[in-house]
Design a protein around this ligand. Sequence first.
Ligand SMILES: C[S@@+](CC[C@H](N)C(=O)[O-])C[C@H]1O[C@@H](n2cnc3c(N)ncnc32)[C@H](O)[C@@H]1O
Length: 219
Amino acid sequence: MTRRSEQLTPELHDYLVAHSAAPDAVLSQLAAETAAAFPDAAGMQIGPEQGTFMTLLTQLTGASRALEIGTFTGYSSICLARGLASGGKLTCCDVSEEWTSVARKYWGLAGVADRIDLQLRPAVETLRAMPASESFDIAFIDADKTGYVSYWDEVVPRIRPGGVILVDNTLSHGRVVEPDTADANVAGIRAFNDHAVADDRVVLVLLPIGDGLTLARKK
Ligand SMILES: C[S@@+](CC[C@H](N)C(=O)[O-])C[C@H]1O[C@@H](n2cnc3c(N)ncnc32)[C@H](O)[C@@H]1O
């Protein structure tokens, strides 16, 4: 028994991935195309075990309305869309026509295009333009890190009681605990982590999946 989360060596990480449900051919092809077409940006994509976790969580919550902030080439959106209940919808927010054109192609290949509504403009604008009645069962926040507190403040009121919010990169590659890091993205993540953990509308846990994944349940 241990009371600490395990540090994952590369070998242990490979073992973990090999002993989790594998991504299918569409997700594998999407990861390969993203790496080839956008080598400098491909690291933004979530990993296979996180994708499987997100599909399972979406299914387990019985979600039919989902929201994603930060879609890139579509990997995480496919994982969310595949977990939705029959007739479910996913609203995707991004600002890049180039990156989301790849997502559109793979939504078609994955057979989820009819479940997805892509909003191409800054996510805060999309959220603020939504009717007050718009509510979600699950949300995934994974866009610009300096915007996380704003996204959180817009998203929490739109999540139904018992609904779930996932927030990516909340360990900032370990830099959240490096005292002399002045990077704006790290500062944004630190500000977000402090903000969210103090929010008594939710109960949350920061999971060591990928680059840190915060899982919050709205009370
Ligand atoms: C980390 S990537 C998302 C990765 C994606 N979730 C995946 O797993 O493949 C961040 C995305 O946020 C988008 N983005 C950046 N600023 C944004 C903003 N103000 N509003 C909406 N999307 C934004 C970028 O265009 C980029 O596609």
